[in-house]
Write a protein that binds this ligand. Sequence first.
Ligand SMILES: CC(C)(COP(=O)(O)OP(=O)(O)OC[C@H]1O[C@@H](n2cnc3c(N)ncnc32)[C@H](O)[C@@H]1OP(=O)(O)O)[C@@H](O)C(=O)NCCC(=O)NCCS
Length: 170
Amino acid sequence: MTGKNDLLEPMSEGDIDVAAALVARAMNPDEGRWAARTMGFHFGCQAHGLDDGRSYFVKRQGGTLVGLVGLHHAVWGPEENVWLAWFAVDPDWQGKGLGRELLTAVERIAMERGFRKLLVETYEHADFDKARRFYERSGFRRAGEIANYLPDGAPMVVYAKRLGQQSQGL
Ligand SMILES: CC(C)(COP(=O)(O)OP(=O)(O)OC[C@H]1O[C@@H](n2cnc3c(N)ncnc32)[C@H](O)[C@@H]1OP(=O)(O)O)[C@@H](O)C(=O)NCCC(=O)NCCS
């Protein structure tokens, strides 16, 4: 899978530590560790010519990594569904429109790849308050939740959006 885009640069294996540290700062240390593990798995698969359905992109400003966003397609299907993955903007750069730019750019890549439903896993937890508000203002609708999902008991929340000309909640 390729991801040619003016705004987004494909992430490289050498970005893992900086990207995971950004996730830890933007979300929390647990998420930072889980990001490093997922990204390590992804690049390990890539090194062996395996497609794990994931792709990650970074945004740099003056050489510094300030944002990241990814897509995760479950390789078993459904064909038109894709999940947003490791979406975060460095706290020093939040609230300036960068998150919106990253989401718009990755939605374009998802559509070019033939995906039509964009799903997001997030949490009913204070660390994700900004993210839930952001999704609700970005055309997603709350599609469901799983109670008691995180170690501290917070529910997992799924948001969904139909990709296309009229980007509305599913
Ligand atoms: C969710 C997240 C990626 C959004 O990134 P961001 O760069 O802050 O997003 P934007 O700047 O485009 O939009 C954020 C807010 O700033 C506002 N904003 C955008 N440009 C602005 C500007 N120039 N001046 C003032 N406000 C602005 C937007 O209207 C938006 O407000 P709202 O949330 O009340 O709708 C970011 O908050 C983040 O990294 N959160 C922590 C990590 C996380 O939870 N990721 C998602 C996991 S599921």
